[in-house]
Design a protein around this ligand. Sequence first.
Ligand SMILES: N[C@@H](CCC[C@H](N)C(=O)O)C(=O)O
Length: 269
Amino acid sequence: MTSFRKMHGLGNDFVVLDARRAALPITPARAAAIADRRRGIGCDQFILLEPGTDGADVFMRIRNPDGSEAGACGNATRCIASLVAGETGADRVVVRTISGDLPVERLGEVWRADMGPARLGWQDVPLARAMDTLHLPLEDAAACSMGNPHATVFVPDLDAIPVGTLGPRLEHDPLFPQRANIGFVQVLNPEHIRLTVWERGAGLTLACGSGACAALVNAARRGLTGRAATVTLPGGDLHIEWRADGHVLMTGPVATAFTGTIDLDALPL
Ligand SMILES: N[C@@H](CCC[C@H](N)C(=O)O)C(=O)O
């Protein structure tokens, strides 16, 4: 049997398996089976911890419930930093992902992650062809990459948006060759926005950390907010700051829901 930990950031939930000391037989199909909310443990993202090397305390591999691999997960970044810090006693942890190294520090009860620079070029997102990422030729949307692809759709009233139908349609739009996470944003004032995210490979979630970073960056680029704001998601609030050097800082809570064991051999390969 293999131990797991169920964690979440604002209800964006993760099953975490630890392969730092010994490799685990995880395949995309097994990650998807674990993430299944009816037949598995259930989660928005499956997280596999691997050894950190050369300045990283841990390597975090991220999979969506459809088995696809993601380059970033803001809420999991804070959760994994807190998990590692709980083992070492450190207040600062470097979490490595396939997109880069993310330093995370404890600020009392919450954790602040440096999510790296927002990437604003159309090739960075990526988009299907050259264009201004601030004005996409669909809906009233802008795009950027936070290590994973995001489109931010600006709406006057978030409660009036059929996220469950519009989200998947935009996620699969040919404009996004790697699909995209679709954030719907209502600007309340220059320091406060509301956000609901239809996540690539996962669907509707209670919170998306990288999506909150992208939303603030795109809102600030449009002059709708300043470079720092509170982002209210269905699961709660994150504070996001787009620093002058282009890096995006995300501050929010972490939580462990429960721990348990799972028989990996019982899962499809
Ligand atoms: N929940 C995450 C984002 C997870 C990955 C995303 N679905 C993708 O495929 O890029 C977050 O908190 O950032």
